[in-house]
Design a protein around this ligand. Structure first.
Ligand code: PRX
Length: 656
């Protein structure tokens, strides 16, 4: 049965356990529907009240929403605040000695950092950044391993009003360069090396390579955190400075830069269907409000919790549910440098046992990997501290959901399947776990105040059971403000004319069942979701055609048991079509090439070579056909309009 059929036939439903429901912040369905009603009836005061309740303002706002220049919405715009103040300083009066971070290194070493210690480190580093001339509005690229200093760097930027742009450590030098250039970064913060699964990641060497490419002249300094003992190759005097030298002698306090509510907090690059990754620009107050409120409702946050979100800070999940949401609420959280399978597939379960994690949030791809490597392994650990589980980033198949529910959660922990995006900044559709019954594979119902719906091409709502476009009908505080350097693209991508420019178009298709639950079906554009990582097919195609041997390339996705989706590339070389050994050699070369151009995460699983690509007589590549070939399906489509039907059999041939 296809995933689609199996989820549409899913009938299992799980009410929150009585004990969980009783203690939950939003307890029982009536409480949830009451909040929804409040939001429906008094939309602006609903958000205004939350912003006053959850955020500490230097100067209160007088207006909730300015929609005079829609879709460039502004929220709370005359309010003044600082995000790092909200994440650190305001906890010091009562919680100075509370543990903020429990850091577990790749090799297993553990470091605990209290709120007062984190505050001190952030202030010192913020002063260090200031000494390099970084100030309000400057862009800072952060390319770090998942260590305490990555969070210190992000918080230090927000403290002085600099706009950070974190680049995931798995991206290549070329990808780092593109982001530096687009953001016009002044400073890059990195580490000499990273460690993941016992392997070295040469971060500083990548930065050197990125900065050697013309177009990165805006960068005046590179701060290098010494993560390993091996020093750093290629030191550029006058540009490179060690982190420890930068903070040496810096004062341990730093007055926050007071910011307007809508000042940009960060830019995070993500893939779309066309062109290069787009710089998603988030605001200060609106973004923080989304992170705080969803953290409290969706994860039913209690001050006694030990929260663990396994995402890297290079992704939006690591921004909202590592750096900003949990710290803003004064939570204790685990952060982890390594990977779930190192040194063995029991790593996550051992860490949950050891740190007494109460709330665990990870991606379906990690769950599927761990099922495969040891479905019974969780039984060997004491996971009784857990009270709530979560997933994010891609659809979860009901079998993986059930395993997570039974084997990890011991049938007592609700699972919050959270649907959201880089653009939405915080969780949009997810069960409030003490209120809403869950169904395996469904992200259930929108958070109160999130006007999500499913519509057809004309913008009209569709009936239950009929799929359509997922939209959000009203602006909300944590929504992306614009695409950095490209407001036109922002407008046409997210607020298209088809819907009168009124609805936020998420880019996913979805379905709703009879009880109103949402089931996400996948992207409607040329975006792939590989192991929960978002990749544009066009980005990979551009990388392939940048290879001097390649004439043309088309990339599609195919279902993959563990990764959710895998990349398949169809390639036409400038020379003759390779076969046999030569095809295998070219496949390996092109995989390396993509790793070099974008990062390993974008490498095709499968590369097929043809003398041409299947095209209509007007020259359009028939992608649907390529998708069928990639999946090994019989070709059911009409190929009579094809210019060159004979190449289909070439493309069906695998090199290995
Ligand atoms: O297709 C949806 C999928 O991931 C996309 C957003 O990717 P990104 O911006 O990288 O953010 C991921 C982390 C928030 C969405 O358009 N997606 C995300 N969460 C889910 C999901 N698909 C199904 N179920 C989810 N819970």
């Amino acid at each position: 049965m296809s995933t689609l059929d199996s989820i549409l036939r899913e009938t299992r439903s799980f009410d929150p356990a009585e004990d969980f429901r009783r203690k939950a912040t939003v307890s029982g369905p009536d409480a949830y529907y009451a909040l929804c009603e409040q939001a429906d009836d008094h939309y602006l005061s609903f958000w205004g009240d939350l912003a006053r309740e959850l955020i500490s303002w230097k100067k209160p706002f007088s207006r909730v929403l300015d929609d005079s220049n829609a879709p460039f919405f502004k929220w709370f715009d005359d309010g003044v605040l600082n995000i790092s103040y909200n994440c650190l300083d305001r906890h010091l009066a009562v919680n100075a000695n509370k543990i903020a971070l429990i850091f577990e290194a790749d090799g297993g070493g553990i470091t605990r950092v209290t709120y007062s210690e984190l505050h001190r480190r952030v202030c010192q580093f913020a002063n260090g950044l200031k000494s390099l001339g970084v100030g309000k509005g400057d862009r800072v690229v952060i390319y770090m391993p998942m260590v305490i200093e990555a969070i210190v760097a992000m918080q230090a930027c927000t403290r002085i009003g600099a706009i950070h742009s974190v680049v995931f450590g798995g991206f290549s030098a070329a990808a780092v360069h593109d982001r530096i250039q687009d953001a016009g970064a002044k400073v890059v913060i990195t580490a000499n090396e990273g460690l993941r699964g016992g392997k070295i990641v040469p971060l500083k060497a990548m930065v050197d390579e990125a900065l050697a490419i013309p177009g990165s002249e805006t960068v005046t300094a590179t701060v290098v955190y010494q993560r390993t003992n091996s020093g750093a190759s290629d030191w550029h005097d006058g540009r490179d400075i060690w982190w420890h030298k930068l903070i040496d002698g810096q004062p341990e306090s730093c007055e926050p830069e007071w910011m307007q509510a809508d000042d940009p907090l960060f830019i995070l690059y993500t893939s779309g269907s066309t062109g290069r990754p787009k710089g998603i620009q988030h605001s200060s107050a609106g973004y923080l409000l989304g992170a705080l409120n969803s953290f409290r409702w969706v994860f039913d946050y209690k001050p006694s919790d030990v929260f663990w979100c396994t995402a890297d800070v290079g992704w939006i999940t690591g921004h909202s549910y590592v750096c900003y949401g949990p710290l803003g609420m004064g939570a204790t959280q685990v952060i982890f440098e390594g990977v779930p399978t190192y040194p063995d597939a029991g790593r996550f379960w051992r860490m949950i046992e050891q740190h007494k994690v109460t709330t665990f949030y990870t991606a379906p791809t990690a769950i599927r990997t761990l099922i495969k490597l040891g479905a019974d392994l969780p039984k060997q650990y004491d996971l009784s501290s857990l009270r709530l589980l979560g997933t994010v980033g891609e659809p979860i198949n009901p079998e993986a959901w059930m395993w997570y529910y039974e084997m990890v959660g011991g049938e007592r922990c609700p699972i919050v399947d959270t649907w959201w995006q880089t653009e939405t900044g915080s969780a949009m559709i997810a069960p409030l776990p003490g209120a809403i019954a869950t169904k395996p594979g469904s992200c259930t119902l929108p958070l109160p105040g999130i006007m999500a719906d499913i519509v057809d091409e004309s913008g009209a709502p569709v009936e239950p059971g009929k799929g359509g476009f997922l939209v959000i009908k009203k602006p909300f505080p944590s929504l992306v403000r614009t695409i950095w350097n490209d407001p036109e693209r922002f407008k046409s991508t997210y607020f298209p004319e088809e819907f009168n420019g009124q609805y936020y178009l998420a880019g996913d298709s979805a379905n709703r069942d009879e009880s109103g639950y949402f089931w996400i079906m996948g992207r409607i554009d040329d975006v792939l979701n590989v192991s929960g990582h978002r990749l544009g097919t066009m980005e990979i195609e551009s990388a392939l055609v940048a290879n001097p041997l390649v004439a043309e390339a088309a990339v599609v996705g195919k279902p993959h048991e563990i990764k959710g989706e895998a990349v398949v590339a169809f390639v036409v070389l400038k020379g003759p079509r390779p076969t046999g050994e030569e095809a295998r050699r070219m496949t390996a070369e092109l995989k390396n090439w993509v790793a070099h151009e974008i990062g390993k995460l974008a490498q095709p699983d499968d590369i097929r070579f043809g003398d041409n690509l299947p095209k209509t007589r007007s020259g359009k590549i028939m992608r649907r056909l390529l998708r069928s070939i990639a999946r090994g399906e019989e070709i059911a489509q009409d190929v009579s309009t094809l210019e060159n039907p004979q190449i289909l059999s070439q493309l069906q041939e695998r090199a290995s």
